[in-house]
Ligand binder design. Structure first.
Ligand SMILES: [Cu+2]
Length: 98
C-alpha cells in the first residue's frame, strides 16, 4: 500500500504542475463598433469561442461591446481582437487588461 500512496502523491504533483498556479482569469471589454444588427453578436461570439482559453463571453449589443473572460496563460487581448477582426468585426480593448 506504500507504493499506491507514493503513486497518488506523484499524480497530485503532476496535476499541480500542469495547472499553473499563476494562471488567473482576466476580463477585457472590447468595443466592437461594427455590430449593427442582432445577428452580429452571434458571429462575434462564435469567433471568440474558438480562441483557446476563453471561458466567458457577454455581448452587450446595445453598447456595442463584448466582455470576454479568458485565461491569461493561454491567450491575450491581442488574440481576442484578432479573432473578432478576422470574423469581420474589428475591435478595440476599452482599457488595457494589464
Ligand atoms: Cu449584423
Amino acid at each position: 500500500m506504500k507504493n499506491l500512496k507514493a503513486m497518488l502523491v506523484g499524480v497530485v504533483a503532476a496535476v499541480a504542475l500542469t495547472a499553473p498556479a499563476w494562471a488567473s482569469p482576466q476580463t477585457v471589454t472590447l468595443n466592437v463598433s461594427g455590430m449593427t444588427c442582432e445577428a452580429c453578436p452571434i458571429t462575434v461570439k462564435k469567433a471568440l469561442q474558438k480562441v483557446p482559453g476563453v471561458s466567458k463571453i457577454d455581448v452587450l449589443y446595445e453598447k456595442k461591446q463584448v466582455v470576454v473572460t479568458f485565461d491569461d496563460s493561454k491567450t491575450n487581448t491581442d488574440a481576442l481582437v484578432k479573432a473578432t477582426t478576422n470574423a469581420g468585426y474589428p475591435s478595440q480593448p476599452e482599457k488595457a487588461s494589464n
